[in-house]
Design a protein around this ligand. Structure first.
Ligand code: KG4
Ligand code: ZN
Length: 333
C-alpha cells in the first residue's frame, strides 16, 4: 500500500509507471520517432501519437509491475507544464480511468517531478539541497527545502540548455533530438578545439541564445573557407559546444552553492543524461567538497516514474484533486 499508477504525456514521450509502496515497479516509456525529421516536436503529431500509445503503455506497465487495475489505489498524472494537446491526452485518460475505477486523482507538476526523481533510488539527498534542472524546455537552479517546497533561485532568460544542444544539432544537420547525438560525437573530439563566448550575466540566471547565434555564425564563416567543415570537424565542434554549455551550467551552480552554503547538489532533467555534464560535475564535486546526486538514466529524461514518486508523496498527504482538473501548458512552480 499504496499502489499508484502514473501517467506522463507532457511532450513527446508517452510513459506510464507503477509505484508500489514507494518503490517503482514499472516505468514504460514509448518514444515518438515521428519528430526526428522536423528538427523539433510537432505538437499536433505528438498529441495523436499519445492517443495511439496510451492504452498499450498502460497495459505494459500493469504487466511489468504484476498488478491488476483492481489493486490500484490512486492515479497520478502530469498536469503541466508542457504541450497542451499532449497533456490533454494524459489528463483526460487519467480522469476517465480514475472515474471508472473509483480512484482518487493526484495532480503532479512536471518540473517538481524531475527533481523528485532523486527519491526513487538510493542514495537520496536530504533537505535542503540544490538541484540544477536542465531539460528541453527549462534550465533552473532550484533550492529544494522539502518535497513540495521549492524555490527557483536562477533560470534561463531565453533558451533552455536542451534547446542549446538541439538547436546546435540542427545547425550541424543532425536529427532531433540532437542532445544525445552531440554527446556521442563529443566523446570523440577535442573540447578545446573551438572557443565560444560565455554570457555575461551577474546573478544566478542563464542565457543560451547568444551561444546558439555564435555557433551559427562560426559555422557559416568556416564553411565559406571549407564547405566540408561540419563533416570534417563534427567531433571537435560537438565536443567544444558541449564543453561550453557544461561550463556555463556549472559556473552558475558553483555560484549558487556558495551563495546558499549548500553542499548537496543534484541534477535532473533530460540534459542530466549528458556524459560531459556528469563527468565535469563529478570533478567539480571533488574540488568543491560536494555530495552529488544524479538520477538513473531512465529517470533523467521524461518518464512516469518521477510522476509516480511525486504522486506517492502527495498520496501520503492525501493531496487529491477532483474531476474538474484541467491541464496547464504553463504552470506555476
Ligand atoms: O527532460 P526531457 O526529456 O524533456 C523535457 O521536459 O524537455 O529533456 C529533453 C532534452 C532534449 O533537449 C534533449 O536533447 C536533451 O534533453 N538530452 C540531452 C541528452 N539526452 C537528452 N542533451 C545532451 N546530452 C544528452 N545525453
Ligand atoms: Zn521534462
Amino acid at each position: 500500500m499504496p499502489v499508484i499508477l502514473a501517467i506522463e504525456s507532457s511532450c513527446d514521450e508517452t510513459s506510464v509507471a507503477i509505484c508500489n509502496n514507494g518503490k517503482i515497479t514499472a516505468n514504460v516509456i514509448a518514444n515518438q520517432t515521428i519528430h526526428e525529421n522536423y528538427g523539433g516536436v510537432i505538437p499536433e503529431l505528438a498529441s495523436r501519437v499519445h492517443q495511439q500509445n496510451i492504452v498499450p503503455v498502460i497495459q505494459q506497465a500493469l504487466k511489468d509491475a504484476n498488478v491488476t487495475k483492481k489493486e490500484l489505489n490512486a492515479v497520478a498524472f502530469t498536469r503541466g507544464p508542457g504541450l497542451l494537446g499532449s497533456l490533454l491526452v494524459g489528463v483526460s485518460f487519467a480522469k476517465s480511468f480514475a472515474l471508472a475505477l473509483d480512484l482518487p486523482l493526484i495532480s503532479v507538476n512536471h518540473m517538481h517531478a524531475h527533481i523528485l526523481a532523486h527519491f526513487i533510488d538510493d542514495p537520496k539527498p536530504s533537505f535542503p539541497f540544490l538541484c540544477l534542472t536542465v531539460s528541453g524546455g527549462h534550465t533552473q537552479i532550484v533550492l529544494v527545502k522539502d518535497y513540495f517546497d521549492m524555490e527557483i533561485v536562477g533560470e534561463t532568460l531565453d533558451d533552455a540548455a536542451g534547446e542549446a544542444f538541439d538547436k546546435t544539432a540542427k545547425i550541424l544537420n543532425l536529427p532531433y533530438p540532437g542532445g544525445p547525438l552531440i554527446d556521442k560525437y563529443a566523446a570523440l573530439g577535442d573540447p578545446l578545439a573551438f572557443k565560444f563566448p560565455e554570457p555575461q550575466i551577474k546573478d544566478l540566471n542563464y542565457s543560451f541564445s547568444g551561444l546558439k547565434t555564435a555557433i551559427l555564425y562560426f559555422i557559416r564563416k568556416q564553411e565559406l573557407e571549407n564547405p566540408n567543415f561540419i563533416e570534417e570537424r563534427l567531433a571537435d565542434i560537438c565536443a567544444s559546444v558541449q564543453h561550453s554549455i557544461v561550463h556555463i551550467l556549472l559556473n552558475k551552480l558553483k555560484k549558487a552553492a556558495n551563495q546558499y552554503g549548500i553542499r548537496q547538489i543534484a541534477i535532473a532533467g533530460g540534459v542530466s543524461a549528458n556524459s560531459g555534464l556528469r563527468n565535469t560535475l563529478a570533478a567539480t564535486a571533488e574540488k568543491e567538497g560536494w555530495e552529488v546526486f544524479i538520477p538513473a538514466f531512465q529517470y533523467c529524461t521524461d518518464n512516469a516514474g518521477m510522476i509516480a514518486i511525486a504522486g506517492y508523496q502527495k498520496y501520503l498527504k492525501q493531496d487529491f484533486v477532483g474531476q474538474e482538473v484541467s491541464p496547464m501548458s504553463r504552470m506555476e512552480f
